[in-house]
Design a protein around this ligand. Structure first.
Ligand SMILES: [Zn+2]
Length: 110
């Protein structure tokens, strides 16, 4: 699963097959096929994020099946459960599954 963060707008949203952009129009993008995506925006403003899908599914499954009640979730002291972790990563521009351009005009011309 691919998402993008706009650092300037403080927004995080998923990429889908329908084009989306941040509120301030600093960048946006969409999937092209089931794996690849194209995005636009300066890499200092627009950050591509990937979820490791299997890790995310495992965390959701564990949350539903095991839960985080004190009886079933081993977490000591008076602290509140942190929930189930999963792996996510910042995707570099060198990844073959994302094509980034700098401007919306360049994006529209792809
Ligand atoms: Zn923005």
């Amino acid at each position: 699963m691919k998402l993008i963060v706009c650092v300037r707008c403080n927004e995080l949203f998923n990429l889908s097959h329908t084009y989306k952009q941040c509120t301030g129009a600093h960048g946006g993008g969409q999937y092209v096929g089931d794996l690849n995506a194209r995005i636009w925006g300066d890499q200092r403003d627009i950050v591509a994020i990937g979820f490791a899908n299997s890790s995310f599914a495992d965390a959701v499954r564990a949350q539903y099946q095991i839960g985080d009640l004190a009886k079933t979730f081993a977490y000591g002291g008076e602290m509140v459960s942190p929930g189930r972790p999963f792996n996510a990563f910042v995707m570099p521009d060198s990844t073959p599954s994302i094509k980034r351009v700098q401007t919306k005009a360049e994006y529209d011309a792809l």
